[in-house]
Write a protein that binds this ligand. Structure first.
Ligand code: 2AM
Length: 478
């Protein structure tokens, strides 16, 4: 046995991850159910590093030094379970199985429990950055035991993206913590993309700009606080011309967004945790809406009149949209980090939120300048109540709030749907409001359901005798 690590499942992600590991000087044993993919990898890229080609899982396991680490990179779900079941009898106490796919963290919790029975360690490793990241440096979120991280650390640190000398990888916590954080990362990615899409729609619809002109705007924004991979890519995509028709590329793409499910998982989980992640939820629903093509066609037919546009000054409006985008983005990230904190509490994970921001600065799709600010906020105050009120973000929101309102008004007037902008503003207004109409909701709940309420003027739980004298009576057993 001479390999440091093994990997089975050599589709694009697995193959790129294997090459990344080999290029960084680790001997890696590689396997794929269909052997041809394994031999193709070794034939094509064998000179990039030290690969040990294995035709069976037995060979793979035999090729790895103990304690063994085997990365499983097959399809999420049943295939992953099948491969784990095959591996377990071949492994020895202290060996580590790593699922580097996009598993639901609850599956990771279940698999970790099952492998513990066999004295094996199970690691749920969130890998972000797509195919390119897997090859050249992803952001890596590891969930697993201390022993497992100790073994994996040299490999993981060497293959991750690096920002300011710090590798974008971390031991997030035990069992499902890594996949949980990866899930929320993807949810934030949904919100980020929706906010960008709304900005683009506003600039095009309200200002009548051409896609290339919108690209110019995004390019300019990328030189400031909004600097990020997604803003940069938006400019690239908007500048692209369709090779077949010569039209702006964005105009030949069918406008029905798809989803693989991590946004939905994030929202489902947030509902269970009771965390209002309105930005991510609206982004997920906006994708669903876009896919309801029949309803859209029916609605277009009945409600075809376009509202009158608003007369706005171009430069002013561009800057207002920038400010609205930034403020909404602050809200979306604040909500995402709230969810991570709530999940950590729920599952007993000690997650360092500053570290999460740190490892998202490079490698992953939501990498951005901005994350440095979040890292700083959590290092100043690890038990932060909300990111929104930290000095830097509070100033950003205060400076931007008037523009934010103007943009939402323009969107509403012009009939441009901006669910993420609008709901983020509503969230902000909800948080900062002196009194919320939740008081009326509590009163109604007590009226028709005797659900009881608390008072502002004294302690206790009360129920009003609605049908009798209208007086409150204290609920002693509530
Ligand atoms: P294959 O090349 O033999 O199809 C993505 O589909 C990756 O997961 C591929 O490497 C694929 O192997 C592997 N895969 C899918 N289902 C599998 C299973 N049930 N057992 C092993 N590998 C599987």
């Amino acid at each position: 046995a001479r390999a440091t690590i093994g990997l089975t499942g050599l589709a694009t992600m697995g193959r790129n991850l294997a090459r990344n590991i080999a290029r960084n000087g680790h001997t890696i044993a590689v396997h794929n159910r269909t052997t041809a993919k394994m031999t193709a990898l070794v034939d094509e890229f064998g000179d990039e590093g030290d690969f040990v080609g294995c035709e069976s899982l037995e060979d793979l396991v035999a090729a790895i030094e103990r304690p063994r680490a085997v990365v499983v990179m097959v399809k999420a779900g049943e295939a992953t379970d099948a491969v784990i079941d095959e591996l377990v009898p071949l492994l020895d106490e202290g060996d580590i199985v790593v699922d580097a796919g996009n598993a639901h963290y609850r599956d990771t919790l279940r698999r970790q429990e099952a492998l513990k029975e066999h004295d094996l360690h199970f690691v749920g490793m969130g890998v972000s950055g797509g195919e390119e990241g897997a090859l050249n440096g992803p952001s890596i979120m590891v969930g697993g035991s201390d022993h497992a991280y100790e073994v994996l650390k040299p490999v993981v640190e060497s293959i991750a993206a690096v920002v300011d000398g710090t590798p974008c990888c971390a031991h997030i916590g035990p069992d499902g913590a890594g996949h949980f954080v990866k899930m929320v990362h993807n949810g934030i990615e949904y919100a980020d993309m929706q906010l960008i899409a709304e900005s683009y729609d506003l600039l095009r619809s309200v200002l009548d700009l051409e896609p290339t002109e919108v690209a110019d705007v995004f390019e300019e924004w990328n030189g400031g606080d909004l600097e990020s991979f997604l803003i940069e890519m938006t400019a690239v995509v908007l500048r692209h011309t369709d090779a077949e028709t010569g039209k702006p590329f964005v105009d030949v793409v069918r406008d029905a967004a798809e989803q693989k499910g991590t946004g939905r998982w994030t929202v489902q989980d947030a509902l269970d945790l009771g965390v209002p992640i309105t930005g991510i939820a609206e982004a997920t629903f906006a994708r669903s809406l876009s896919g309801h093509t029949e309803q859209r066609a029916a609605a277009r037919e009945v409600f075809s009149t376009t509202p009158e546009g608003t007369d706005v000054d171009r430069d002013t409006f561009v800057d207002q949209v920038r400010a609205a985008l930034y403020a909404s983005k602050v809200v979306a990230y604040a909500q995402g980090f709230d969810q991570i904190a709530a999940g950590a509490e729920e599952h007993g994970w000690d997650i360092d939120l500053g570290e999460v921001a740190t490892i998202w600065r490079g490698g992953c799709i939501i990498r951005a300048q901005f994350l440095d600010r979040i890292r700083e906020a959590y290092s100043d105050e690890p038990d932060l109540t909300t990111l929104l009120t930290t000095p830097y973000f509070a100033d950003a929101v205060k400076d931007g709030v008037d523009s934010w309102r103007e943009v939402v008004v323009a969107a509403v007037r012009g009939g441009v749907p901006t669910p993420a902008f609008s709901s983020s503003l509503a969230y902000f207004d909800g948080l900062r409001r002196e009194r919320l109409p939740a008081a009326l909701i509590q009163a109604l709940r007590d009226d028709f359901g005797a659900h009881s309420y608390e008072r502002v003027d004294r302690e206790g739980t009360f129920h009003t005798r609605w049908a009798e004298d209208g007086r409150p009576e204290e609920q002693l057993d509530a």
